[in-house]
Design a protein around this ligand. Structure first.
Ligand SMILES: O=c1ccn([C@H]2C[C@H](O)[C@@H](COP(=O)(O)O)O2)c(=O)[nH]1
Ligand SMILES: [Zn+2]
Length: 157
């Protein structure tokens, strides 16, 4: 008889996203993303981090400072963007598993890359205007979405 307590596809793919998030150097929010095609093949993974050549120890990780130049925000490549850039196959029609609901900038990339489903864990920024903008674009582009509970490797709350 086959083993009964194996994990579901959702648990598997969100688990990969959570594992990827553990690579992030961001002290406040670690995000992981995993793109899965219609054959249930992982075609791209990513986490939030600096672009190649930008050393983790030489750039700021602060959220606030006198100038935005001395915060992380101008530099960090978002997890979804990295997953899309890393994709090894056609992303059209695929799903993206993310530990945090995508921001407005990532939503534009998700739409333009033809991803059709977003599966996410946390939506801790759901009250912000930029989240509302992301949601509006997602609905307009007919992308489906669902929030799932995931075990607490990385929670993002
Ligand atoms: O869609 C998203 C939104 C955010 N991120 C990354 C970018 C930053 O490294 C953190 C957010 O930091 P806060 O301190 O919570 O503002 O998350 C992402 O990868 N994808
Ligand atoms: Zn983003």
């Amino acid at each position: 008889m086959k083993r009964q307590k194996y994990i579901s596809w959702d648990e598997y793919f969100i688990g990969v996203a959570q594992l990827s998030a553990l690579r992030s150097k961001d002290p406040s929010t670690q995000v992981g993303a995993c793109i899965v095609n219609t054959d249930k093949r992982i075609i791209g993974i990513g986490y939030n981090g600096l672009p190649s050549g930008c050393e983790d120890d030489e750039f700021p990780w602060e959220r606030e400072n006198k100038s935005i130049v001395d915060t992380k925000y101008p530099y960090v490549v978002h997890a979804e963007a990295n997953a899309i850039l890393n994709a090894t196959r056609e992303t059209k029609g695929s799903s993206i598993y993310v530990t945090l609901f995508p921001c407005n900038e990532c939503m534009k990339l998700i739409i333009q890359s033809g991803i059709k489903e977003i599966v996410y864990v946390s939506d801790k920024y759901s009250e912000t205007d930029l989240h509302k903008a992301a949601f509006k674009m997602m609905k307009a582009a007919n992308i489906s979405y669902r929030q799932i509970n995931a075990s607490e490797v990385v929670k993002n709350d």
